[in-house]
Design a protein around this ligand. Structure first.
Ligand SMILES: *Cc1c(COP(=O)(O)O)cnc(C)c1O
Length: 361
């Protein structure tokens, strides 16, 4: 069987360094907000090209902390792509804000900038764009709109560690960015983790305080904060894996190029790559009008695939009746998208097997 993602194989490559990192933390006796967190955050900020990085407990919290840090809530509106992963929308509603959904571009799966302006009202505070599947959104076009209306541009960069737009990295393309280090992400913990990157010193300070009970000094609470910190063990392991992120991304890009050269099937649409950036292929998503039959056909041949995502957020049980509007492009993507295996450890013979199977569909 070819697994969709082999996390053990991914982490085993760095086994001795990871063991060493965990041991160092255990020996240190410091498990939260210590040297490991600080070192990793400095290194990750430098990697993204941003001035500040604050560790968080996960990606959802990173997005929530940005919204709280800006003080948005009470019905403030945040524009967001309709076909994102549920976490982007949850971050908005959990802060008391209203998600205003905008359809994606069917080619890139990212928010369609030409549809944003008509959704702006006097309550709009920000555009939270998502770099879905590892390709950055059309930031230049979005920035023009956010600048024109004085809105914040927030990146959900959870799937885009190392992705580029016109030479600049995800995490440094807007006013603030939220990252997830969920194990399956391009840079993943062995557990949960996340981070906020920004060039805004006030926001960085606020996010750090709000994520630590709203406090800068122990037992002095200036904000009604939450508990969301990146722990020392995860930070130490992330710092090991960060050194290899560029190489891992290159291997993903190579694997994607190999699929693109060799998959030939009229029933399947391959991912589109914008010339303005670098797609880091967190996910290799293809479209097929016979998606369900394709998934079954591949499963029968021992190839595991996943659907990102089977149900669009506005149709989820938790938002029943809460999100108005029709989103036909999003629905079409959700009905026809299929993710085939890609990772830094996928073997050429596995890819050959997948290509042969897909071409024979
Ligand atoms: C993974 C992900 C998140 C949430 O990250 P967690 O660490 O799981 O909380 C948010 N947005 C997108 C687009 C994601 O893929």
């Amino acid at each position: 069987m070819i697994k969709f993602l082999d996390l053990h194989k991914i982490n085993e490559r760095y086994r001795s360094e990871l063991d060493e990192a965990v041991k160092r933390v255990i020996d240190s006796g410091r498990y939260l907000l210590g040297a490991e967190n600080e070192r990793f955050c400095n290194n990750f900020a430098a990697y993204c090209g941003s001035k500040y990085c604050v560790g968080t407990a996960n990606g959802l919290d990173a997005l929530r902390l940005i919204i709280m840090g800006y003080g948005f809530g009470n019905g403030d509106e945040i524009i967001v792509p309709a076909n994102t992963y549920i976490a982007t929308i949850l971050a908005i509603t959990q802060c008391g804000c209203v998600p205003v959904l905008v359809e994606p571009d069917i080619r890139t799966y990212n928010i369609d900038p030409s549809l944003i302006e008509e959704k702006i009202t006097s309550k709009t505070k920000a555009v939270m764009t998502v770099h879905l599947y590892g390709q950055t959104a059309d930031i230049s076009a979005i920035r023009k709109i956010t600048d024109k209306y004085g809105l914040k541009l927030i990146e959900d960069a959870a799937q885009a560690h190392g992705a580029l737009h016109k030479g600049a990295k995800a995490g440094n393309l807007g006013d603030a960015a939220g990252f997830s280090f969920y194990p399956g992400k391009n840079l993943g913990c062995l557990g949960d983790g996340g981070a906020v990157t920004t060039n805004d010193p006030d926001l960085a300070k606020k996010v750090k305080a709000i994520g630590n009970y709203g406090s800068r000094k122990k037992y002095e609470n200036i904000y009604p904060g939450i508990n969301s910190r990146l722990d020392e063990i995860q930070a130490a392991m992330l710092d090991v894996k960060l050194k290899y992120l560029e190489k891992d991304n290159e291997r993903r890009i190579e694997a994607a190029a190999y699929y693109k050269e060799n998959i030939r099937n009229d029933k399947i649409t391959l991912p589109f790559e914008s010339k303005e950036g670098r797609h880091v292929y967190h996910i290799f998503a293809v479209l097929s009008s016979e998606r369900d039959r394709l998934q079954k056909y591949l499963a029968d041949k021992g190839i595991e695939t996943l659907i990102h995502y089977p149900v669009p957020p506005h149709k989820q049980e938790c938002y029943k009746g809460a999100i108005a509007g029709e989103f036909p492009i999003s629905c079409k993507i959700h009905e026809s998208i299929l993710s085939i295996p890609i990772s830094p450890v996928i073997e050429k013979n596995e890819q050959d097997k997948i290509i042969e199977a897909v071409n024979g569909f």
